[in-house]
Design a binder for this molecule. Structure first.
Ligand code: SAH
Length: 289
């Protein structure tokens, strides 16, 4: 019978019956577009072998469909009132392969999983994505605010090229899948959304090198339009320097020794590819802490 009610109507009904007013500060924009829901589930190519992690299940719009297709679902919801609604809903529908956790997904330890499917709470996009990438998994299908998704995949020299793009570059392959407009949610957010596929890269950079790279990236992107040399000098505290003169003299010496360093330091941040930033990081390695 419930098949006949539209997802929008069903969602409004559940929220109303439980006296819930959605909280924008918790990124509560609930999906009411059945077509987009189907697409998201399809992209995940689920089998009963899969254990899916879902962050922010809300009232279960994706969760219930995921549970039908996957072997197991782990769903982490922070809002206790919403968590209780979903718990009852799963019991009522006799769905018993969902491990529902009430907590902050940024802080909770993740149980084992091999796929991630989530319409994410947008305010935690950055920390949760980096947390995902500390784990080994096959595939993630994730909905983000469109601007964020664009920056994740930003190409060198473009407006979207950012600290986020450079940080993700060595960690994951990111593919844009589909745009989702504000009317597909209640309440409607002010921004467009994008669904993206994220797959961890096979060959990961050594931890030590990535640590240095992260610092150099952070320092450089505080001054995206400056020449790398000036960006590093201005953000010297990030790479462990207090004294401007000291860093300048180190850079001068390195430039004299190695023309490639000189070339890299003369480029503006936005024109330095992740590979070039990595090259620069390794060349500066012994001086950075
Ligand atoms: N997946 C649902 C809901 C998306 S809204 C749907 O598509 O309709 C995002 C959900 O994440 C909300 O239910 C919100 O309460 C929850 N949430 C917000 N911050 C969270 C956090 N830090 N950890 C876990 N859940 C969070």
């Amino acid at each position: 019978m419930t098949e006949k009610i539209s997802l929008a109507k069903e969602t409004k009904q559940i929220l109303q019956e439980n006296g819930i007013i959605l909280n924008k500060n918790l990124g509560q924009n609930y999906l009411i577009d059945d077509f987009k829901r189907k697409k998201i589930i399809e992209y995940a190519k689920l089998t009963k072998e899969d254990t899916v992690l879902e962050i922010g299940p809300g009232i279960g719009t994706l969760t219930i469909e995921l549970a039908k297709k996957a072997g197991k679902v782990i769903a982490i919801e922070q809002d206790t009132a919403i968590f209780n609604i979903l718990k009852k809903r799963l019991e009522k529908e006799k769905i018993d392969n969902v491990n529902l956790i009430n907590g902050d997904a940024v802080k909770v330890d993740f149980p084992e999983f091999n796929k991630i499917v989530s319409n994410l709470p947008y305010q935690i996009s950055s920390p949760i994505s980096f947390k995902f990438l500390k784990h080994d998994f096959d595939l993630a299908i994730l909905m983000y605010q469109k601007e964020f998704a664009d920056r994740m995949n930003g190409k060198v020299g473009t407006k979207q090229y950012s600290r986020l793009s450079a940080m993700l570059y060595f960690k994951a392959n990111i593919k844009f899948l589909t745009k989702v407009s504000p009317e597909s949610f209640i309440p409607s957010p002010k921004v467009d959304s994008s669904v993206v596929e994220l797959k961890p890269k096979e060959n990961q950079i050594a931890d030590d090198d990535f640590k240095i790279y992260s610092k150099v990236v952070k320092a450089l992107f505080q001054h995206r339009n400056k020449k790398a040399r000036n960006a590093l000098i201005d953000s010297r505290h990030i790479i462990g320097f207090k004294d401007k003169k000291e860093l300048k003299s180190i850079l001068n010496n390195l430039e004299d020794e190695n023309p490639r360093i000189k070339e890299l330091l003369l480029e503006r941040t936005i024109n330095l590819s992740p590979e070039s930033i990595m090259e620069l990081s390794i060349l500066l390695k012994e001086h950075i802490n």
